[in-house]
Write a protein that binds this ligand. Structure first.
Ligand SMILES: Cc1cc2nc3c(=O)[nH]c(=O)nc-3n(C[C@H](O)[C@H](O)[C@H](O)COP(=O)(O)OP(=O)(O)OC[C@H]3O[C@@H](n4cnc5c(N)ncnc54)[C@H](O)[C@@H]3O)c2cc1C
Length: 386
């Protein structure tokens, strides 16, 4: 479509070849059963794609976020669903940046080889909503352990993960000088605690997402599960969240490309009133508009990845990339259904499935309003509203 660095183009071709092994029927069946696409995740892991960001010394390929973005984008552009596996990339990044040598040596090689899955990220809670700093799950130090009580919601892939990055309060909010202090990040080995203090309950959603509620009832974890310093967990997850937003932005670009490609093919093919529907500008223009919107958002995703890879503070760019890309993919999803007419609703075309899947990203991992609020306050200097 446009010039791309040869190493990235090579990755794109390899991901596409793998994805071709997982056609629409595979995803339709998983969607119908709300089943985890384990074969797909295993294939991605075996090919090394999910270890793209893990340094070579730990068995990964030591690539940068721009390459990880290409991987996630191409998965979506091929009609697959990277939501089954994307957390590994950004959660692992937090372990890589803030974990100690012992933790990295203990987990990263297993994650890179596929022996261990790090797919669960427990931040959201039922009563705190987007206001992460008011989360209530408590971790209290007891000798060589922490004892955890509380609840998480929307902890996706928890049933299919060995490890969970968990954010919990270690010092009550009233006792810390700044409300960003007192939260700590833990790498929980779920194999040790499921059924022994940790209970996972699946939540059925409009798309196949393997998301869950997780309950902690006097769950004991070793003190060595703490990542970095106690009380600094919020700061650690913020940098991981920028990577997450950029990667999700790349996924949305892939989705938008899929919708645009499908709509274009259908518009060329479908004959009504004795001519292809694509001959009507009423059909052409929405496709062309979505293409322009996608390309503009794609530039922001690339720019955000570049800022992140340079080690800069990518907060504003990551947020803008995620917002613009999720809006571009949702606009393309809606356009694709409209272009397909009634067939946009038929399971076998995959459009309705991708439409449901694409809807998520203007809400999660952060909703558009909260991004606008961040830009208004932190970039433009408008007064804080909450
Ligand atoms: C399928 C799915 C998977 C998820 N996976 C994970 C996961 O793996 N791990 C995890 O920790 N979380 C996960 N989440 C949670 C997700 O990050 C949150 O749903 C998202 O951040 C929105 O938070 P909320 O649902 O609490 O909405 P709320 O915070 O309750 O907000 C509801 C609405 O109000 C708006 N709003 C709230 N406050 C303001 C304000 N001050 N100004 C203007 N508008 C406002 C929001 O923009 C939103 O539109 C997942 C969610 C879903 C649906």
């Amino acid at each position: 479509m446009h010039d791309e660095r040869e190493d990235l183009a090579e990755i794109r071709r390899a991901v596409r070849a793998l994805c071709n092994e997982f056609p629409g029927e595979y995803w339709r069946e998983k969607d119908r059963e709300r089943a985890y696409p384990g074969e797909f995740v295993d294939a991605l892991t075996k090919a090394g794609f999910l270890a793209a960001l893990i340094p070579a010394e730990y068995g990964g390929s030591g690539l940068k976020l721009d390459a990880a973005c290409v991987i996630m984008e191409e998965i979506q552009a091929a009609g697959c669903n990277g939501a089954a596996a994307h957390a590994q990339m950004y959660v692992m990044n937090t372990l890589l940046r803030y974990g100690d040598e012992e933790q990295k040596a203990a987990y990263l090689p297993g994650i890179a080889s596929g022996e261990l899955r790090l797919q669960a990220f427990g931040v959201s809670e039922p009563t705190s909503g987007t206001d992460t700093l008011s989360l209530k799950t408590r971790a209290v130090r007891d000798g060589d352990h922490y004892v955890v009580n509380g609840q998480k919601i929307w902890t996706s892939r928890a049933e299919h993960s060995d490890l969970m990055a968990l954010l919990a309060r270690t010092t009550p909010r009233e006792e810390v000088a700044s409300k960003t202090e007192g939260l700590s990040l833990f790498l929980v080995d779920m194999r040790e605690v499921v059924g022994k203090g940790m209970t996972i309950k699946p939540i059925r959603t409009m798309m196949n997402h393997s998301t869950t509620e997780v309950f902690f009832d006097d769950m004991r974890i070793p003190a060595s599960a703490l990542i970095g310093e106690e009380g600094k967990g919020f700061r650690y997850i913020l940098s991981g969240m920028n990577a997450e937003r950029i990667l999700i932005g790349a996924e949305c670009i892939g989705d938008a490309k899929w919708f645009i490609e499908r709509a274009t093919a259908y518009a060329n093919d479908r004959g009504v009133f004795g001519r292809p529907i694509g001959k009507n500008q009423g059909i052409q223009f929405p496709i062309a508009r979505c293409y322009a919107q996608m390309r503009a958002a794609e530039l922001m995703v690339h720019h955000a990845a570049e800022v992140y890879d340079r080690g800069g503070n990518a907060g504003a760019e990551a947020n803008m990339a995620k917002m613009l890309a999720s809006e571009a993919s949702w606009a393309a999803a809606d356009m694709c259904v409209q272009t397909h007419g009634g067939f946009g609703f038929a399971e076998e075309y995959d459009v309705e499935r991708k439409f449901r899947e694409a809807r998520l990203y203007t809400v999660a991992p952060i909703s558009t309003n909260l991004i606008l609020s961040y830009l208004a306050e932190h970039v433009l200097g408008l007064p804080r509203s909450y």
